[in-house]
Design a protein around this ligand. Sequence first.
Ligand code: XMP
Length: 517
Amino acid sequence: MAKAGSETVVVVDFGSQLVQLIARRVRSQNVFCRIVTSSASAQEIAAHNPVGIIFSGGPRSCHEDDAPRPDEKIFELGIPILGICYGSQVVCHMFGGRVEGASSRQYGHTIVHVTDRGNPLVHSLPDSFRAWMSHGDTIYHLPEGMKQSADTETAPNAIVYWPEKRFYGVQFHPEVVHTDVGDSVFHNFLYEICGCSGDWKMADFIETTVNKVREVVGDSRVVLGLSGGVDSSVTAMLLAKAIGSQLSCIFVNNGLLRLKEEQEVQRNFSGKFGLDFHYVDAADRFLHALAGVTDPEVKRKRIGHLFIEIFDEEASRIQNVKFLAQGTLYPDVIESVAAHGGPTAKIKSHHNVGGLPEKMNLKLVEPLRELFKDEVREVGVKLGLPEHLVWRHPFPGPGLAVRILGEVTKERCDMLRKADDIFITEIKAAGLYREIWQAFVVLLPVNAVGVMGDERTYENAVVLRAVESRDGMTADWFRMPQEVLNRISNRIINEVKGINRVAYDISSKPPATIEWE
Ligand code: XMP
């Protein structure tokens, strides 16, 4: 939907965990980029009309029979290529260089020494710098015509270049923060080698997208499911700017929201921006559909189906609807190679409005389809969304239902909402909210014995979950200061009737997941 900047860089994914980070690094230099899989042909890559190509790292050794290789014709396109780690090794291997397993795997910080200043990739880099390595293979001999530009104590070809093929390679990972000169490496590649002008800016994105939406939508009506989260809120703001009163937003209160969330969404959007706002209070219907259900997947399915049913009912009352808007982001549409080479297994079925467009015979409008989460936030700020909304932690579609283990009832929802609000309030008061990817409380289906005053109690136990993460794919438990935990625990037990025990979850993902269900 959104029009990319005129300059595009294509990142070829060889199965790197860091491929999205490479893309973010490029975009933060104001150059648009797309990710394609390593099976993309030269023709497919050329169709993006790229000014530069980046080969990512990857978990494989280029000696393995089925290790991914780029299409050799890519080298005939005459477009500069930056190879990172595996992306360098595989090129050397393909063109007759010698790549072998290093005597010991290089992992962690290494000092890189620049040996030849002729390579524009090393312009402005200091003579020595600290870089992050993570590889099992090393390039020992270069193909004919390729030159060394830097080495390390154990890797003779830490940076290489091949003027004839316009190929530039690094053995380290410039995309991770631990490489001191990472930004300079990308800057040199993009600006000195590819000749970029840096035309990818969020303000331009807004303008281009607004024009494009107007063009596509014409005078039809667009309907949007507004959840109050960052993605759907930014989608609403962007569409409101583009088509104002032609936008109808449907906000379904499923009774599984956080404390006072339904009031907040209404306050932010109802009667604002000229848009047509529909509030549907369906809390009772959702609770009824969940009565007696304890299986997490059944909960998700019932919530998903009912949401579609209600959305459909409400939307069918609106005239002349031709489009359904969705807050789909770029990570949702990238077809990345999983580390093991195949599609990633379905761990949990995620709830979205899948099935709706066909059912309602609607076309899709997805104005954020090209953006990463932090870009969406930037757009949100530029469009005037309140800070706290823009930085809000992600919240799952099935809401509190997957945080109440066992049966979901109104009483349990209310209890969890209060505990969750205390947790978040205290995290914010301690200034930790932005450091945490997601924080929430989980209500367990067990009672624990306690004592309050002289009375024995037998009440609910909750778990606090707070994680650090870059994208939700992997996560580590947040090292919460003890005094903050202490305050939270005291407040929850004293203020929330029915809870007498608080635990802290110290599992990482994998093997655990972020949510408990
Ligand atoms: P897990 O629990 O799979 O969560 O580690 C990863 C991220 O996805 C969110 N999540 C969901 N989001 N519908 C959603 O819209 C779902 O059913 C769902 N389950 C998990 C979770 O909150 C985390 O951000």
